[in-house]
Design a binder for this molecule. Structure first.
Ligand code: ZN
Length: 415
């Protein structure tokens, strides 16, 4: 008998954790941090044997992709735990560990590779590389005792790897019994209309750059590699240089992908915010900054190049910018989820923009599939039950598939 328990995620976005059991052995799919948790260290772990102390029946924990709502509690698991994660995703989390508290170092790792099945006790696990706003993201097929469960992870079909979803839809796994399908965007009006593609954002950024006199700041995640490529392309077209920080460049290198912009590429420059310089100094990680020296823009140089530059920004950089005399900031473009602007932790940012009379623009697209793509993927599994996960609107799944099955957090059910 194959049993499954979604410990978290049946009615919320984030904090996903799914336990799959067969013949007394178990694997876990994601061990995420819920979005609203302020103190991860204080959050009780899910009731999964092997989470609080080693348990040989827990064979492995799959991390579908390097977003905190899918891996954020992994650091609390025993160090003996075996993790299954993409190689680049692991490198990105290790790179983030140097600069942030949200990084992760794992001891025992099996790497997920696109469509390369692996065995773990009674389980056969096949990862499918997908398009998402996190680099190296996977959906996984889990097989045991002749049953087949497909977990979508997080995905979209309007990013730079959209063809991966088209390939999945063209040749999906067959005879799947149960699908755990993400539905982050369901219930949002834009999900119905469809989202702009990453490439659609390029001319939007170019236009905003061209309409700006002075430095353009773009608030985007240093781990949203698709967006950084979009920014690079837009900068090339608008003939502005892109100024990145050591943390972001470290993440970009961690992808191991030579085609992703990095220092040494024409029009990529480096600005090192104080907080990162302190981190590097404290950790003695000078190898992360010394090779960047030929490409660095120092604070006193920034006013002189502001007009022909775009700088990747995060709210913690306000104090760096405030210290630079004579710097003309022409615009801030918010290129993250709009909800962050309403977050009271970013109140200071809005006050700062107001105080300095800096106009705010918005240019972003979702990391998650729209309704039609969800529907097309659901149609690949005509004989399966589809279970809502990573959604606030399980009720909205009825239009996706004929056999929707809602379950609750914490209850075990049979595949
Ligand atoms: Zn995600």
């Amino acid at each position: 008998m194959v049993r499954v328990c979604i410990h978290r995620g049946t009615k919320e976005i984030g904090g996903t954790c799914v336990e799959v059991e067969s013949q007394g052995k178990r694997i876990v799919l994601d061990v995420g941090l819920p979005l609203d948790v302020v103190d991860p260290a204080a959050m009780p772990l899910h009731a999964v044997p092997g989470f609080d102390k080693p348990d040989p029946s827990l064979l492995g924990v799959v991390i579908s992709h390097p977003h905190q709502d899918h891996y954020g509690l992994a650091y609390r698991l025993p160090e003996e735990t075996t993790f299954l994660i993409g190689q680049a995703a692991q490198s990105i989390l290790e790179a983030a560990d140097v600069f942030t508290t949200a990084g992760l170092r794992l001891k025992h790792v099996i790497h997920l590779k696109d469509r390369c099945a692996l065995r773990l006790g009674p389980f056969r696990i096949t990862p499918y590389l997908v398009d998402h706003s996190a680099y190296d993201s996977y959906a996984v097929l889990v097989e045991a005792e002749g049953k087949r469960l497909f977990y979508s992870g997080d995905f979209r079909a309007h990013g730079r790897k959209a063809r991966l979803i088209e390939r999945l839809i063209a040749s999906p796994p067959r005879n799947v019994d149960v699908v755990l399908m993400e539905g982050t965007t369901l219930g949002r009006p834009e999900s119905h209309d469809g989202f702009p593609t990453e490439n659609d954002l390029v001319p939007q950024f170019v236009q905003l750059f061209e309409q700006t006199d002075g430095l353009v700041l773009v608030w985007a995640s240093g781990q949203n590699i698709d967006r950084l490529v979009t920014l690079y392309k837009a900068c090339r077209q608008a003939r502005r240089q892109l100024i990145l920080d050591p943390y972001t460049l470290h993440i970009m290198r961690a992808t191991g992908n030579e085609r992703i912009p990095h220092e040494g590429w024409s029009s990529v420059r480096v600005f090192a915010p104080l907080s990162q310089r302190i981190r590097i100094k404290r950790g003695g990680d000078f190898h992360l900054i010394n090779p960047l020296r030929p490409y660095r823009i120092f604070p006193e140089q920034l006013p002189g190049v502001a007009k022909r530059s775009v700088m990747l920004f995060r709210p913690s950089m306000i104090r760096d910018l405030d210290r630079i005399a004579g710097l003309k900031i022409g615009r801030l473009i918010c290129s993250v989820w709009r909800g962050y602007l309403g977050d009271k932790r970013n109140r200071r940012l809005l006050d700062w923009l107001k105080r300095h009379d800096i106009p705010l623009a918005y240019c972003h697209t979702s990391g998650h599939a729209n309704r039609d793509v969800l529907k097309r993927l659901c149609a690949c599994f005509p004989g399966a039950r589809v279970i809502p996960i990573h959604t606030e609107r399980p009720d909205a799944y009825a239009e996706l598939h004929g056999a929707i099955w809602q379950v609750n957090d914490g209850e075990f059910w049979r595949v």
